[in-house]
Design a protein around this ligand. Structure first.
Ligand code: NCD
Ligand code: ZN
Length: 346
């Protein structure tokens, strides 16, 4: 196949940050995607409908003229979440979902939830309203190995949570293990999962190839090869439980290449191309549209994009970095190339 045409895709998991970084990164997502689900882990986090509405305006102001792009906002759950504001925000179309960060699990998760069971009244209200819960699925405890955090979270936290709330709808964000993929299908249509390009492309060896690779460090961390294979099988399965969520997470180079580096891979400039090469390698390009443009909208309950895009098989150089203020952000494949190019839209 020398070209592929599909409905404009949707990125169900992005980090846009704020200020100068937001202005620099939003155009990359807006060029390739019709919509995106925007993560709320700013500092301070987006915890109210009013904050989400203001953040949405700042994102829209960074979308280049002529591009049709819809950001969809999420609420950062905390120990103090105001259920009335959360539900009003959902009913008014400001919030598409709420995000659960266990305290200290990842970037800006210091504001996260310390006791998940204590949030049960919030989950009851969300289940009644049909509002999806998005989870950063890692159990962070000193006796749990970093490579086992996802599986422990599924067993110890999420399975009981789903039992306590039999109608709650859930997205496991950025799954990284075979157990995560199996979990997403076990509950039928009420549980789904996003999968990032880096977890499809790499396993944990890539973190240490020839030396330490800070630009591939993200959370949840890359896992063993058999997990990578399970994720590739899940993404290309055509099952409605799996959809595209890049987890594009820009950090300044200075903060990535540091004694204590930040977690996150900035994939927005090459996201669609990265997924396409995986589906191509798996001989599953016929399943790409479902993963990238249909399954996510179906789960969230909005219409897929009407317009289509075409990518052609054509080598395309990737900029080594993106200048932002006095620093830069290094993208996935920075200084390398991708096999697919977005055909100029007329
Ligand atoms: C994300 C970030 O930097 O905001 N980092 C990451 O490694 N994925 C947070 C997250 O999604 O865990
Ligand atoms: Zn994320």
């Amino acid at each position: 196949m020398e070209s592929i045409t599909f409905r404009r895709p949707v990125d169900l998991h992005v980090h846009f940050r704020d200020g100068a970084i937001l202005d620099a990164v939003v155009p990359f997502t807006a060029r390739q995607f019709a919509r995106a689900i925007v993560m709320p882990n700013l500092s301070p986090p987006v915890t109210t409908a009013a904050m989400a509405q203001a953040y949405r305006q700042r994102i829209l102001a960074a979308v280049p003229d002529g591009l049709d792009f819809t950001p969809m906002m999420t609420c950062y759950l905390t120990d103090q979440t105001d259920v009335a504001d959360l539900l009003a925000g959902y009913r008014d179309g400001i919030f598409a979902a709420a995000k659960l960060y266990p305290a200290h699990a990842t970037t800006n998760a210091q504001f996260g939830v310390t006791s998940i069971a204590a949030l049960d009244p919030v989950f009851v209200a969300m289940a009644d309203a049909g509002m999806p819960l998005l989870t950063h699925g890692e159990l962070v405890r000193h006796d749990v190995d970093i490579f086992d955090r996802e599986q422990c979270f599924l067993d110890e936290v999420l399975a009981p949570l789903l039992e306590r709330h039999p109608t709650l709808r859930l997205v496991l964000e950025h799954i990284t293990t075979s157990e995560g993929a199996a979990f997403a299908t076990r509950y039928g249509s009420r549980v789904a999962a996003t999968i990032t390009p880096q977890h499809l492309l790499y396993n944990r060896n890539a973190l240490f190839e020839g030396g330490l690779r800070p630009h591939l460090y993200c959370l949840p961390i890359l896992k063993r090869q058999h997990h990578q294979s399970a994720l590739r099988a899940a993404a290309t399965s055509g099952l409605p439980n799996f959809f595209l969520g890049t987890d594009t997470a820009p950090h300044m180079r200075e903060l990535k290449e540091a004694a204590c580096g930040c977690a996150g891979v900035f994939s927005a400039p090459v996201a669609v191309q990265a997924y396409l090469s995986v589906f191509d390698q798996e001989a599953a390009l016929d399943k790409f549209e479902a993963f990238a443009a249909l399954n996510g909208p179906a789960f969230y309950g909005f219409a897929p994009a009407e317009r289509q895009v075409t990518y052609v098989r054509q080598l395309h150089a990737v900029e080594p970095s993106l200048s932002v203020e006095n620093d830069e952000i290094v993208p996935l494949f920075g200084g390398g190339s991708v096999d697919w190019t977005l055909r100029q839209q007329v």
